[in-house]
Each structure stands twice: as structure tokens, then as C-alpha cells.
Design a protein around this ligand. Sequence first.
Ligand code: GAR
Length: 193
Amino acid sequence: MALSTGYHRVRTAVFISGTGSNLKSLIKFSKSKKSPISVNFIISNNPKAKGLNYAKKFKIKKTVLNFQNKILSENKLLSILKKNNIEMICLAGFMKILSKNFIKNFKGKILNIHPSLLPKYKGLNTHEKALINKEKYSGCTVHFVNSRLDSGKIILQKKVKISENETVESLAKKILVQEHKLYPKAILKIFNL
Ligand code: GAR
């Protein structure tokens, strides 16, 4: 991948739609000595996203774009990201699908975290699907983003055992704990650290 740490931390934007617990874990990681990235921008499509509070708390710039007109929102977004010298994007619970044109502008530089063992259970309601199919394991995946949904090259996965009385909520919680560890690990991996 055409990312290199050189002597600076790669300027990263994190895209969210909700709670932002993965955002928080990425911010924490970015402040550690070993991190090859800095979190310089937070983008949300949802003005009520709880995760936006981390912008104030950690003094990180933020922008909300409603994505009602996708082309307009993406064009605005691209200009904001370019102006702020953003080099890499981490999707962290971002529930909008980015267009081919947007992705082309950050080719090989957009990562996503997904709460299933891809290629199983792309899209929404992953935990429900895993339970309905009586899976013994589920988990999470960090992958590169390409123009097909949840289909880019896998960087790292973590398996989580599904217990007998598992519910959607308990499984989501268990997997989320692993997501917070997996995303930083995947970033270290793509920088060969
Ligand atoms: C996470 O479980 C993430 O994997 C999932 O949304 C949650 C966001 O939580 N993402 C997707 O389902 C993307 N298709 P967070 O806002 O607390 O990080």
C-alpha cells in the first residue's frame, strides 16, 4: 500500500455515525508512542452521533454532512479532507456507503471495521444473522474498502465464540471489545509495525 510513515504520523480522518467507541479506541491508540497515525478529523453523517463529543474532548476538528445529496456531500467532504491534508480514512461504525468516485480519491487508504467474520454476513444485522444460522463463532474484521460493500482485502480478523444463551446484544458487546483491539493492530500491520 502506498502509505508510509516516514517521519510523520499519517493524518487520518475517522468517519462515524453513532456511539464512536471505535473512534475513541483509535484516538487513544493514536496518542501512543508506537502509533503511525494521528486522528486529525472526525466526520459524521449524523448530527446526533454521540461520538462527536470526542471532537471537543480531544480537540479534534469535526464536520457533519447529512449525505441526503450524496454527490454534494461527498464533494464537500473531499474538499475538506484535501484542505486538511488527510491521507488516510478509518470508517468506524459509519453507516453510509461511499461512492466509487469518493473511494477512487483515497484508493487503498480507506479502512473499515465490520462486526462479522467476512466474507460472512456483509451489510446490516450481522449478529442476528450469525445467531439465526446457529454459528459457533462470529467476530470482527478490519479490511480495505473497495467499491463493493464489505468486500475489500481483509487485513485482520478476530474470532469470538458464541455461547449457548447468546443474544444479539451480548454478542455485539463481546465483539465490540475485540474491535477496539483489532483496529489498532490492523493499522500497525499495514504499516509493517
Ligand atoms: C461497530 O460494531 C462496528 O463494527 C459496526 O458498528 C458498530 C459501531 O460502534 N459497523 C458496521 O456495522 C459497519 N457496517 P461504535 O460507534 O461504538 O464504534
